[in-house]
Design a protein around this ligand. Structure first.
Ligand code: GCW
Length: 753
């Protein structure tokens, strides 16, 4: 295919437009300098499926607005009144107005005409100060957008208590324009529900990313600190556009080298690039760094020399990065060192860091992702058993970071029983944005519904209405601190996330971090409009496709409460048969427990009793297979193959139906997407199409391989109308994926000096 550079193409289209105009008009346009801007903009106005886009712009895609919105929007965006015209907010607004509306807004120090947009805080902007707006309740990061009369002119004011708040408000105003909402009578106020809204990058210093499917790390450690790639600023813009205010630069499987002066300088350079966007850097200390870097004999948190070492190290870090957010720590988990190695508790370990960070205002996010691989134990129980007794023992600046479910980012899990069980400790939910267990970058799985399911889950910890959202935002237990973390899916791929639609997962995470009560469908709608098209012919089907995609993946991977049936290690593709007999903890057969009688993990009182870790009303539901929601059925119960479900079907038949439905759903997604070609540029359209073909093949692989295996145990026939697997179980078992990405081996993190 011949591709034309987009600027050349734009110029060409401009000439076409010009040639169609009356000669006098064309000449006068060409005569003026502004004419060139108009020309380029007109060029971009012509929709063309040939014009390739590569996804780099994300949802901050300021392409021309169509009539009738254009005139309405132009009339409110003729002038920018900003105390600091070079601020990120003013810069973003200007860039967006030029792109969206094809006009160059005037920069002014006070409104001189109708249609001004005033940006600022009461402190920074005399114009805002004169409006006497009540910004107090907005807090440090909230903002308001209001249509006002200023200096006798009609204006929109974006006001906040900080420049970051102004930036967030500006992005909200832009979202309204990008999604074609009316902006003539604005009255919007918003403040974040959660204070620390973080991306967790699992990026290694060698440029690889654990569970990363979008290429190498975007942090170019080798060129830092002297070279700052422009991409860092675009990253910070994208985060700010959602309200994400923290970024953990490095893998929780930590490398002590990240705390050496050379690397602290690199991290400080990134922090400098992010600072104007309100984005704070966090680091991941390795627990044994005092030994590896400091030459101490121990890393025992009770040892005074260890404390002194950390104190000095943290003081040093803050000299490089005065506004560091704090530490995220993985300890005594999957081979990482930690306080348990010295007979100390997780509270002892967390408090060690908390004590040395406190004078600098830093926090510790201590992960609860600990589990036992001891034979006979239920892996889902351990975090609860280990952490609940520690509730109340953590210092004020410690938060416990808890994965959304008790296993590990499965397509579906019931929420982690720790939510609601540690009322004295602020809990940070950890969601995975990267799709480790969801088909990597080539499966289209919109995670908004998963996040919403988690955040909206009612733990009934303190009576009905004790949702996870209310626990984590601090309102239920009156905590002064709150946070939320998403494991990033960002890499050096041009489109950032390895696929166009995976951008939506970054988007949905960020928006829900700001307000966990938002609706996943609304977020899909916003994202689809901003990223692709506002045409209703596109938006409706695209949103429907996105909204069904997570359930499709659950169906073709792990329906009815099954979990962890992925191939070992890299987690790509099915592997329900993998493991020894009897299965070791962590192997798929350990999780599904299929045998001649039936399938599922008994976590009721007759089994591991993990159901009892939930609050009594919830535990009572999970205890009884008739009351357990079917989506969690085999998570909590081992049931006979002929057990009758609500539908009247047997469990075996229903399993076949779910797997088949998942494949059919992917085919529907393909058919939907095929119809959307007229609305999407060629490059992105083709990529999504090809990825959907891969997904369809792999959904079929998942269905056939998994059912072939379960059938070898259940010995039940496929229900009428349902096709048998395409190949034999032995064929599926023989498939191996030797170099699947993102799987560096998690006991790694060697110390290299
Ligand atoms: O999801 C699992 C991954 C590991 C990861 C670990 C964790 C960073 O398979 O690669 O390690 O969880 O969250 O610590």
């Amino acid at each position: 295919m011949i591709t034309v550079g987009s600027d050349k193409l734009a110029a060409w289209r401009g000439w076409v437009v010009l040639a169609r105009m009356p000669p006098g008009v064309a000449a006068s346009i060409l005569a003026s300098l502004r004419g060139f801007i108009i020309l380029a903009w007109l060029a971009a106005m012509i929709p063309s499926v040939a014009n390739a886009e590569d996804g780099y712009e994300l949802w901050m895609r300021y392409h021309p607005v169509e009539a009738p919105w254009l005139d309405r929007y132009r009339s409110v965006a003729r002038e920018i009144v900003a105390a600091n015209p070079a601020s990120p907010a003013a810069d973003e607004l200007r860039r967006a107005i030029v792109g969206l509306l094809g006009i160059e807004p005037r920069a002014a120090s006070r409104p001189t005409r109708d249609g001004a947009i005033v940006l600022g805080t009461p402190e920074s902007s005399p114009v805002v100060a004169q409006m006497h707006l009540d910004v107090h309740a907005l807090g440090r990061e909230g903002y308001l957008l209001r249509t006002v009369s200023a200096a006798g002119h009609r204006a929109i004011v974006v006001a906040a208590n900080s420049e970051t708040g102004v930036l967030y408000g500006t992005f909200t105003l832009l979202r309204l324009l990008q999604t074609r909402r009316p902006v003539d009578r604005l009255n919007v106020e918003s403040a974040p529900h959660i204070q620390r809204r973080l991306l967790n990058h699992w990026d290694n210093l060698d440029g690889t990313i654990e569970r990363g499917y979008a290429g190498a790390s975007i942090w170019d450690w080798q060129k830092l600190p002297d070279y700052l790639a422009p991409r860092y600023v675009d990253y910070a813009r994208a985060c700010a556009s959602l309200g994400i205010n923290g970024t953990v630069l490095t893998n929780v499987n930590a490398d002590a080298v990240s705390l050496t002066p050379a690397y602290l300088k690199k991290a400080a350079a990134l922090a400098g690039a992010f600072r104007p966007y309100g984005l704070h850097v966090y680091l991941t200390p390795r627990f044994t760094a005092p030994m590896e870097l400091g030459g101490l004999k121990t890393a025992d948190p009770a040892d005074p020399s260890v404390r002194r070492w950390w104190q000095a190290k943290v003081d040093e870090i803050y000299r490089y990065i005065p506004d560091l957010g704090g530490f995220v720590v993985k300890a005594n988990s999957e081979g990482q060192p930690g306080p348990r190695d010295y007979g100390r508790s997780h509270a002892d370990g967390a408090n060690l860091f908390a004590e040395v960070l406190a004078p600098h205002g830093g926090v510790v996010m201590w992960r609860a992702f600990v589990y036992s691989n001891r034979q006979g134990e239920d892996r889902t129980r351990q975090a609860f058993d280990e952490f609940v007794p520690l509730d109340g023992q953590f210092r004020d600046n410690v938060m416990i970071q808890v994965k959304n479910g008790p296993i590990d980012f499965q397509p579906r899990e019931p929420v982690h029983p720790l939510f609601g069980a540690m009322p004295k400790t602020p809990l940070v939910p950890e969601l995975q944005i990267t799709k480790e267990y969801l088909g990597f970058a080539t499966h289209l799985v919109y995670l908004g519904p998963l996040y919403q399911e988690v955040l909206g889950f009612d733990t009934v910890a303190q009576g009905a209405g004790s949702s996870v959202a209310r626990i984590i935002d601090g309102t239920l237990d009156h905590h002064a601190m709150s946070g939320i973390a998403g494991v990033s899916n960002i890499g050096a791929d041009r489109n950032w996330t390895g696929s166009e639609f995976d951008q939506a997962n970054w988007y949905a995470f960020g928006r829900l971090a700001w307000d966990p009560t938002l609706d996943a469908r609304d977020l899909a709608d916003e994202w689809a409009r901003m990223t692709f098209s506002n045409d209703q012919g596109f938006v409706g089907p695209a949103v429907a496709l996105m909204m069904g995609s997570r359930e499709a993946a659950v169906d073709y991977m792990t329906p009815l409460g099954l979990a962890h049936l992925m191939a070992a290690g890299h987690h790509y593709g099915p592997g329900a048969w993998q493991g020894s007999v009897p299965p070791t903890v962590g192997d798929p057969p350990y999780f599904h427990r299929a045998d001649a009688e039936g399938i599922g993990f008994d976590r009721t009182s007759s089994g591991s009793d993990a159901a009892a870790q939930y609050s009594p009303p919830v535990a009572a539901l999970f205890q009884d297979p008739r009351q357990t929601p079917e989506k969690y059925l085999l998570w909590f119960h081992h049931l006979p193959w002929d057990y009758r479900l609500a539908s009247g079907n047997t469990l075996w038949d229903e399993l076949v139906m779910h797997y088949s439905r998942g494949v059919a759903a992917v085919r529907d997604m393909q058919a939907t997407w095929a119809k959307l070609a007229p609305y999407v540029d060629a490059q992105r359209f083709a990529e999504v199409s090809r990825f959907l073909s891969i997904q369809e093949l792999e959904a079929q692989w998942w269905r056939d391989a998994t059912l072939a295996y379960f059938q070898s145990i259940s010995h039940r026939p496929f229900p009428p109308g349902y096709e048998a697997p395409q190949r034999t179980l032995a064929d599926y078992e023989a498939i191996s994926v030797p170099y699947a990405p993102g799987n560096p081996g998690w006991t790694a993190a060697p110390f290299r000096h």
